[in-house]
Design a protein. Structure first.
Length: 192
C-alpha cells in the first residue's frame, strides 16, 4: 500500500512539474496553432484564435521595455510607459497574423529548456517547413506562475533587438509621444 501511495505521489509530481515546464507550454500552444495554420480557409474566429495563440505566450510589458534603451525607458513616466506597452502589444498582435508563413511547420523538434535559476529559461525549437529548417529560440521568464516569452529569436534575429534598433532610430528625431503615435498607426494599418 505504501509503495502504491509513493508511486502515485511521484506520478502526480511529474505531471505537476510538466505543467510548469517551459517546453510543455510552447508545445501545447504550438500544437493548436499548427492545426489552425494548416486550414486553407480560416474563419474570422479561427484567425482571432491564431492571434491569441501567437501572442498569449508573450510578456509584452517586458518585451516593450527591452525594445527601448534603459535610458529611454527610465525617462518616461508610468502613464507614458503604459500607453507605450498597450500600443506596442496591439501592433505586435495585429502584425503577427499577417506573417503566418513564418510560424507554419511540417514538423518541430524542441530541445530541453536551458534554465537560468528557477525563473528564466530559453527554449529552442527546430521547425521544418517544406524541407527548410528554421531555428526559434524563446527567451522566457516566469510571470505570476506562468511561463511567458519576452523575446523570440528567429534564425539569429532577435525580435526585441530589432524593435530596439528601429525605436532608437525614431527617437533620434522624434519625441516619445511621437514614437507611440508611429506604433499606433502601424497597429491600425496591420489591423486592416
Amino acid at each position: 500500500m505504501f509503495k502504491k501511495l509513493v508511486a502515485m505521489l511521484a506520478c502526480a509530481a511529474v505531471v505537476a512539474f510538466a505543467a510548469d515546464d517551459p517546453v510543455a507550454v510552447i508545445k501545447k500552444k504550438d500544437g493548436e496553432l499548427q492545426t489552425l495554420l494548416k486550414k486553407s480557409n480560416r474563419s474570422a474566429k479561427e484567425t482571432e484564435r491564431v492571434k491569441t495563440l501567437l501572442n498569449d505566450s508573450f510578456d509584452f510589458a517586458l518585451l516593450a521595455k527591452k525594445s527601448l534603451s534603459a535610458k529611454d525607458w527610465d525617462a518616461q513616466d508610468e502613464a507614458s510607459r503604459e500607453k507605450f506597452v498597450s500600443e506596442f502589444q496591439r501592433m505586435v498582435r495585429n502584425s503577427s497574423a499577417k506573417r503566418l508563413e513564418l510560424y507554419r511547420a511540417d514538423s518541430t523538434i524542441y530541445e530541453p529548456a536551458k534554465m537560468k535559476g528557477s525563473s528564466e529559461a530559453r527554449v529552442t525549437a527546430h521547425l521544418w517547413n517544406k524541407g527548410k529548417e528554421s531555428i526559434l529560440e524563446y527567451k522566457m521568464s516566469l510571470v505570476d506562475g506562468n511561463w511567458k516569452a519576452w523575446d523570440l529569436v528567429i534564425d539569429d534575429l532577435s525580435t526585441a533587438r530589432n524593435y530596439k534598433d528601429q525605436f532608437s532610430q525614431i527617437l533620434k528625431t522624434k519625441s516619445f509621444a511621437e514614437l507611440i503615435d508611429v506604433i499606433s498607426k502601424k497597429a491600425d494599418e496591420a489591423e486592416k
